[in-house]
Design a protein around this ligand. Sequence first.
Ligand code: TRP
Length: 449
Amino acid sequence: MSRIARDSFSSKFGVIAAAAGSAIGLGNIWKFPYITGVHGGAAFLFVYLGFILAIGLPIMLSELVIGRKSRRNSFGSFKKLVPKGLWKYVGVLGLGAAFFILSFYGVVAGWSVRYIFFAFTDAFKGSSAEITDFFNAFKTHPEKPLLYQLIFMLATGSVVVLGVNKGIEKVSKVLMPVLLILILILDVRAITLDGASEGLSFLFKPDFSKLSFEAILEALGHAFFSLSLGMGTLITYGSYINKKNDLVKTAIQVTVADTVVALLAGIAIIPAVFAFGLEPSAGPGLIFETLPNVFQTMAGGTFFSILFFLLLSIAALTSAISILEVVVAYFTEELKVKRKVATILATLLTTLLGVICSLSLGIYSDVTIFGKNFFELLEFISSNILLPLGGMLIALFIGWGLGKYKVFKEIAQGGKLDGRFLAIFMFLVKFLAPIAIFIVFLYGLGVFK
Ligand code: TRP
C-alpha cells in the first residue's frame, strides 16, 4: 500500500514553538493569575511549581514518547503500541476532552477577540459596577459573543487545514515570539507603576498558613491544564517530532516556557491590580472586570489594554489549534478522510457545541444539569474528570503498560540516557503521578466535600 509521507515538524524551534504554543494559553494568562489571586499568592505558586516539576514534566515526556514511538494520533497510538486490551480506549477519553475543551475555550477566546476592539474605543470605561455590568451584558447576549467565537474558530480551522508543517509550525514560529514581546512590554509597564511592589510580594513571598487543601488540589489540576496534558495533545504533536530530536530536552523546554509565561502573566497583572488598590481575588472576572478598571486609570491604558487582549487572543489561538489538531489527526488517520474534510467537520462540531456553551450563559442559563449550566458542565467534565483520568492512564501506560525497555529506547533516540534521571522518571510515572492525580480526581468529583 502506498502511503503519503506523514506530515511533520521541520525544525527544533518549530517543535518548541508549536508545543509551547499549545501549552501557553488562556490557562496561563486568564486562569493562572486569578487562581493565584484567589488562593493567596506565593504559597500557591510554590506548590504549583512543585507539581509542574514532579508530575507535569514526567507526563509531558510520557505523551511525547507515546506519540513519537507510534507516529499516530492519540487514539491510534495506543492501538498501535498495545493492540490488545483496554489501553486503546485512553485515546477515546482524550477525544471527548478535546471536543469539550475546545467548545468552551472558543467562547472565552471569542470574548478576548471582542475585547481587543472594545479596547480600541475604550468601550469598557466607567465605574467598577458599570464595567462588570458591561461584561455581563456582553457575555449573556444571545448573538454578539457568537460572532467573535465564530471568527476565532474560523481562524483556528484555517491554520489547521494548512497542515502540521505549513500551518501549525509556521504560524507558531511567528506568533510565539510576538507573544513574548507583548508580555514583556506589559510586564515593564506593570512593575514600573507606583505601588507595584505590594503585588510582587503577594506573588513571591509565601505565607504557607494561607494554603488550603483545596488550593493544593487546584494547583495540580491547573498544572495539568496549563501544560496541555491528559488528552493526547502532546501525543499528537509528539507524533510529528523527528527521531533526531531529544524528547527530554523538548519536554523540559516546553515546561519551562509555559511556567515562565504564567509567571510573566502574573507579574503583568497582579502588581497592576494592587497598584490601583483593587483586589487580586476577583476570580474568573479578574481579566474582563478588574483589569479594565486598571487600564482606564493607568497612563497609556488604551494602548496597553489593546496589547493585553491581543496577547490573550494569540495565546488562545495557538492552544486552540493544538486541540483541534487532536480531533483532525484522529479523523484523517482513523476515519481516513482528507485533512480538509476533517478540519471542516471538526471545526463545525466544536463550534456548534461552543454556541450552546455561549447561549447557556445567557438565554439558556436556567437549563441546568447537576446544578451546572452547559458551559460549566463541559468544563467540569473535561477538567475534573477526563483530563485527570487521561493523565493518570498515560502515566500508568508508560510506567506499567509499554515496558521499560521500549520507553528507554525511544528516549535514547536523539537524546542521552541518564540512569538517575530515568530512575526518577519511572518512579514518578509508576507511583507518584497516578496516586496524586487519583486524589485530585476524587476531589474533583466532590468526594472530600
Ligand atoms: N494549555 C492550554 C492553556 O493553558 C490549553 C490546552 C491546550 C489544553 N491543549 C490542551 C488543556 C489539552 C488541556 C489539554 O490554555
